[in-house]
Design a protein around this ligand. Structure first.
Ligand SMILES: [Zn+2]
Length: 83
């Protein structure tokens, strides 16, 4: 079986940053998605990376947002955390 129809965990780990940033081609995105749906180890690593990215984006938003928006953003974040 020379044909690669599935990524190994190593290949997923190598591409994880690009996948989080959505910088992969559609074929690679599909392969990553397929692996993450079936592999608990990589899915956990992926959700960890995603939570880090979200935290950084939240911080950047807070820094660049005008003061009157801060209350609305933190209220929205609290709402999102509850759901
Ligand atoms: Zn895996």
């Amino acid at each position: 079986m020379a044909r690669l129809d599935r990524y190994t965990c190593e290949e997923v780990f190598r591409r994880l940053d690009d996948y989080v940033d959505r910088e992969l081609g559609s074929e690679e995105m599909t392969q990553m998605q397929r692996h993450l749906e079936t592999c608990v180890v990589c899915a956990r690593e992926y959700s960890f990376e995603m939570s880090l990215v979200r935290q950084v984006r939240d911080k950047l938003q807070r820094v660049s947002a005008p003061p009157n928006l801060l209350g609305r953003i933190s209220a929205a974040l609290e709402g999102a955390a509850e759901s």
